[in-house]
Write a protein that binds this ligand. Structure first.
Ligand code: NAD
Length: 504
């Protein structure tokens, strides 16, 4: 039995904090100091089954609760989250390392999905076709799928879980969330606030853990649908096993996002955009720009000259440093991995223009910091180009023509996001029309769709048929039912009765 203490976290099952029975705890680090800030229980099979059972038991009543009542609980939840905003973003920054403004952005973008889900009575309105045959009417409704599961990554501790559960709950499903074991506290705080908002026990549960927890969720007979966000190899595995088990699965995965710079682009705008999009949140964003493709030698030279001083001036520090623009990486292991990519790039023959490996952060000597890195003359056959690095490492790939840039984007195995910077409408139109990418920006470096649109990549950035949130989210978390009825109208007669004039 795991004991809950001030520094040892818990699962949240059936409206209660539960220590779990695994006897296994994981370390949670403050990445800015390198110190362990808390421990988290890692669920075993029995712990996960308890959560799934709680969700299954709560399902019939919740699924038949009127949508407006479900929406009202989300309204209460939103108000409570705003009241507790400072507490939530502080714990998020402490466990993740991102700056407080970044954590606020993380929470705010997530809350926008709650705001979208508050409109669920309207979103669930079905289609009705009268008189499809004599005295026959037909209508379509969307019903909940059942117990839904969310498996989430470390990089957006609030936003990614909030992409999923507000819509799932609003649609009448119950939910088990398995957040990243590196950043579990935000999800636990949100779970408590849902209960305070009036959500019945068991409707929303959180289990912490790793592969054992995930594998139990993937095979649990009571689980109907799984939303995953994380790395590609894990997502592909989850998609395959989940589908084999007959579950509905959406798996949003890794990325390598290109930003194409045309010779006519506004260079100041481009450089501002790249600094935020490549180095913000230490590059640990699935929509981060990791490849910049300047078109033409002159564009490449100008861009390089403007970028270098800006990258060197990046202010790096922990979340308690108000001036910091970029925090540490998530773990020592991840820092080593990103550094090994920097070494690999040099071996592969790319030019390391800025090496962030020797960064010094006062007070953060043991933290997992890496300064911004810039490679030039990267080519498409290099591993630093092909693979997702997920750190503050930017690659410049020089091309001679617009056509070459599009070919490069389209040939990459990932298809999450891409952007073009240009003042030429024809070129922008052609780019948006022809790139093989799920989310495209024109003079917008990180084209993340808002909550009422849907988020999702193409190619190996998404496995499954549905993107996340917006209408796609409502469709993922509901099953379509079409009903055809015949009521003979013999008693009253089947004819319309029209009167002339303006009578209504
Ligand atoms: P990850 O794949 O390591 O972990 C994601 C989740 O899967 C976690 O909950 C983790 O516990 C679980 N997991 C890890 N290994 C597992 C295994 N072998 N079997 C079963 N479950 C396992 O990802 P991460 O490092 O937390 O997050 C970074 C990744 O997430 C990046 O690749 C990034 O591009 C991706 N991401 C994608 C999107 C998107 O929308 N496409 C959004 C955010 C992050």
């Amino acid at each position: 039995m795991n004991k809950i203490t001030e520094r040892t976290l818990y699962h949240y099952i059936n409206g209660e904090k539960v220590g779990g029975t695994s006897g296994r705890l994981g370390d949670i680090f403050n990445p800015a100091t390198g110190e362990i800030c808390a421990k988290v229980p890692l669920a075993n099979k029995a712990d996960v089954q308890q959560a799934v059972q709680a969700a299954a038991a709560a399902l019939p009543t919740w699924a038949s609760t009127p949508p407006l009542q479900r929406a009202r609980i989300l309204m209460n939840f939103r108000a409570l989250v705003l009241q507790h905003q400072d507490e939530i973003i502080t714990v998020m920054s402490q466990e993740h390392g991102k700056t407080l403004p970044d954590s606020l952005g993380d929470l705010t973008r997530g809350l926008e999905v709650v705001e979208f889900a508050m409109g669920i009575p309207q979103l669930l309105k079905g289609d009705f076709s009268e008189n499809v045959a004599n005295a026959v009417d037909s209508y379509a409704i969307r019903q909940p799928v059942g117990v839904c599961v969310g498996i989430t990554p470390f990089n957006f501790p609030a936003m990614v879980p909030l992409w999923m559960f507000p819509i799932a709950l609003a649609c009448g499903n119950t939910f088990v969330l398995k957040p990243s074991e590196k950043v579990p506290s935000t999800s636990l705080l949100l779970a408590e606030l849902l209960t305070k908002a009036g959500l019945p026990k068991g409707v929303f549960n959180v289990v912490n853990g790793e592969k054992e927890a995930v594998d139990t969720l993937l095979t649990a007979p009571d689980v109907a649908a799984i939303s995953f966000v994380g790395s590609t190899l894990v997502g592909e595995y989850i998609y395959k096993v989940g589908c084999e088990q007959g579950k509905r699965v959406q798996a949003l995965c890794g990325a390598k996002n290109h930003l194409v710079v045309m010779p006519d682009a506004d260079m100041n705008q481009v450089v501002d955009a790249i600094i935020g999009a490549a180095y913000g949140s230490a590059g640990e964003r699935c929509m981060a720009i990791s490849v910049v493709v300047p078109v033409g030698e002159e564009t490449a030279q100008r861009l390089r000259e403007c970028l270098i001083p800006r990258i060197r001036a990046l202010k790096i520090g922990g979340y308690t440093d108000e001036k910091a623009e970029m925090g540490p990486l998530i773990t020592m292991q991840h820092l080593q991995k990103v550094k090994s990519y920097v070494a690999l790039g040099v071996d592969e023959g790319a030019e390391l223009v800025i090496d962030g490996r020797d960064v010094q952060v006062v007070g953060g000597e043991k933290g997992f910091f890496l300064g911004g890195c810039l490679f030039d003359h990267v080519t498409a056959n290099m591993r630093i180009y092909k693979e997702e690095i997920f750190g503050p490492v930017l690659a410049l790939v020089r091309v001679e023509s617009y056509g070459e840039a599009v070919q490069l984007v389209n040939a990459h195995e990932y298809g999450n996001g891409a952007a073009i910077f240009t003042r030429d409408g024809d070129c922008a139109r052609n780019f948006t029309h022809t790139v093989n990418i799920g989310m495209v920006g024109v003079n917008v470096p990180i084209p993340v769709p808002v909550a009422y649109n849907s988020f999702g990549g193409w190619k190996r950035s998404l496995f499954g048929d549905h993107a996340i949130h917006g209408t796609e989210g409502v469709h993922f978390y509901t099953r379509l039912k079409t009903i055809t009825t015949r009521w003979t109208t013999g008693i009253r007669g089947a004819q319309f009765h029209f009167k002339g004039g303006s009578e209504h």
